[in-house]
Design a protein. Structure first.
Length: 371
């Protein structure tokens, strides 16, 4: 057993047992309130640059399996738990959480008061933190944290480097990968879509050459303002084909349309976030993972309509363009992990595509008649 410490930049520190990798790690400390789904959370690219605290007290009890990954190589920088289970009991389990984290060089710390840690984050907001050995003094770690800047290039770290195709017989979708969870791709292929996945910095001209029926903007890590090239691309794409944005993609649509975004105090990370649809009055339970949000007041000068709100804090959860077939949600309708209340949004996206194609054909017929 290795004794480790978790030190926060506000001077708070916790001592616990190390598991996973023996390496030191510095990142932004956040917390997730999900009771299940730790494998999907750890492998979610949106956690790039972050150390994740699990508020559920027992993590690792059903092991790690081959089916529930959201990416091949996790980008999370550390895992913090109350109790780490090294003897999982589940028929799908293929290795322990400890073995997986060791293989992926991700450090973990257990045996600390995660309730106290979460209260600190809720009170003071997310901040820099370090998982390290007891060889360093707290003052030494604090000085190191003070001189360490968190990265701002997370999207480039997790986006695909080259385009690739997932063939299908249905609608042709260009998916801009800002840190895509596999669940999004799974929902599109389930609907027989022909998906071309492209890097985050692909230009509008390059995307238009692929002749897409629709464009999907995925989730991803960090501040949406750190990917200005994507904002410019989306500006040029709006009005040409239907667009559906999820999480970071939602924020990028807002910025491309003239709205603004800002950093939240501690964000939304969990699988039980209530969202109200203002169009039908229904409430959905959603899976979320984001630290930035669209400023509601900034929507007034845009062509975007507010469609959904968080029932926890009234933050913006859904948008729709008033003129073009463009819409977005802040949460994860692919629900990996989480409830499947909103999976029908993928069907809505495809309906927009079919409606748009029908209108284009009718306009072409009218044009031929006039000629």
């Amino acid at each position: 057993m290795t004794i480790k410490q978790l030190v926060l930049e506000d001077g708070s520190y916790f001592v616990g047992e190390g598991f996973g990798s023996e390496e030191d790690s510095i990142g932004e400390i956040v917390f997730n309130t999900g009771m299940t789904g730790y494998q999907e959370i750890i492998s979610d690219p949106s956690y790039c640059g972050q150390i994740v605290t699990f508020t559920y007290p027992l993590i690792g009890n059903y092991g790690i399996n081959r089916d529930d990954f959201e990416s091949v190589d996790p980008a999370v920088l550390g895992v913090v738990v109350k109790e780490h289970c090294d003897t999982p009991s589940n028929f799908r389990s293929e290795e322990t959480l400890d073995e997986f984290l060791k293989a992926k060089q991700i450090p973990g710390i257990s045996g600390i008061d995660t309730r106290k840690l979460t209260k600190i984050i809720r009170k003071h907001g997310t901040m820099k933190a370090m998982i390290t050995s007891m060889d360093r003094s707290v003052s030494e770690v604090l000085e190191l944290l003070d001189h360490t800047s968190l990265p701002t290039d997370q999207v480039s770290q997790v986006s695909t480097i080259k385009p690739y195709v997932v063939p299908g017989r249905g609608c042709r979708i260009v998916l801009m990968d800002f840190g895509m969870k596999h669940g999004i791709l799974r929902e599109l292929t389930k609907r027989e879509c022909h998906v071309t996945v492209v890097p985050y910095d692909t230009t509008a001209e390059e995307i238009n050459r692929l002749k897409p029926d629709g464009i999907m903007l995925t989730n991803g890590p960090g501040d949406p303002k750190n990917v200005p090239e994507a904002i410019e691309t989306i500006k040029q794409l709006i009005g040409h084909v239907p667009i559906f944005g999820i999480c970071l993609g939602h924020q990028l649509i807002a910025l491309a349309s003239g709205a603004d975004t800002s950093k939240m105090k501690f964000g939304h990370r969990g699988s039980n976030q209530p969202v109200k649809d203002l169009r039908n009055g229904k409430t959905y339970i959603t899976s979320q993972n984001h630290g930035y949000a669209v400023n509601q007041t900034s929507l007034e000068a845009t062509e975007l309509e507010l469609t959904q709100l968080s029932l926890n804090d009234d933050s913006v959860e859904g948008l729709a363009h008033r003129v073009h077939p463009v819409f977005s949600v802040q949460y994860h309708p692919e629900s990996s992990p989480g409830p499947e209340d909103t999976a029908s949004l993928f069907d809505e996206f495809l309906t927009n595509i079919r409606t748009s194609k029908k209108q284009q054909k009718e306009e072409a017929v009218c044009l031929n008649v006039q000629i």
